[in-house]
Design a protein around this ligand. Structure first.
Ligand SMILES: Nc1ncnc2c1ncn2[C@@H]1O[C@H](COP(=O)(O)OP(=O)(O)OP(=O)(O)O)[C@@H](O)[C@H]1O
Ligand SMILES: [Mg+2]
Length: 206
């Protein structure tokens, strides 16, 4: 019979294993169907996940190269690494994923103030925020100010974001406002991944 001191590490290992699987399974359930398929990610992405330096990741490239799919897979790998044995115990991971259009809509001034404030605070404090197609949405000065609140808080606390966009940070000013674009440039320094290749949708259709 094992003594309780022998059981301790095994029970902990089992508990950690279940915790990781539970988190990955919940994330899988909220991943859009076509992005659930496991794909290879560029080496820069693997290095970003392994580096854990508090930096952010920027995936750019032409239409259909695989930015969004890569970002979902990156979130999954990040989540797995979050619960990895080398990482300090940080509670449960919060990942928020948004299309820019839905995010900008949610930040509009015409909705209830309290709901918007709660969203801003949530996105300021989340462990990881992923915004898809940042340059795709139309923006107002009001939205830019709310985006600044979110990004500045994440910037000063070195909390990561993953952004996909066909426009690079230095040219994002007209969308995000110049202060967010400047911060994003620094946050993603060394982790701007240019994805190249043809439109994969055309390959599927061929
Ligand atoms: N590495 C990959 N391996 C296999 N299929 C992939 C890979 N990356 C993306 N795909 C597939 O290619 C198609 C386009 O991918 P995705 O939607 O990520 O492109 P995108 O760059 O975000 O396009 P857009 O600029 O229009 O938003 C999808 O069907 C996706 O599942
Ligand atoms: Mg996309």
């Amino acid at each position: 019979m094992h003594s309780s001191s022998d059981d301790g590490p095994d029970l902990r290992k089992e508990w950690l294993h279940q915790r990781t699987n539970g988190a990955l399974s919940r994330f899988h359930d909220r991943t859009p169907l076509i992005y659930r398929k496991r794909i290879e990610v560029p080496q820069q992405v693997t290095e970003w996940v392994a580096g854990w330096g508090g930096g952010s990741l920027f995936l750019t490239g032409a239409i259909g190269v695989g930015k969004t799919h890569t970002a979902w897979e990156t979130c999954r790998l990040w989540l797995k690494a979050f619960y990895g044995p080398d990482r300090p115990w940080n509670g449960a991971a919060n990942i928020y994923t948004y299309r820019s259009t839905a995010l900008f809509d949610a930040l509009r001034p015409d909705g209830p103030d309290e709901i918007r404030r709660t969203l801003i605070k949530t996105l300021q404090e989340a462990d990881l925020v992923y915004i898809d197609d940042l340059a795709a949405a139309k923006v107002t000065e009001w939205t830019q100010e709310r985006l600044f609140e979110i990004f500045d808080e994440r910037y000063i606390n070195q909390r990561p974001v993953i952004v996909t966009s066909d426009v690079l940070p230095p040219n994002l000013g007209p969308v995000t406002g110049p202060r967010v674009a400047s911060r994003l440039g620094e946050m993603c320094q060394g982790s701007i991944v240019l994805m190249e290749g043809d439109d994969r949708r055309k390959q599927v259709a061929a």
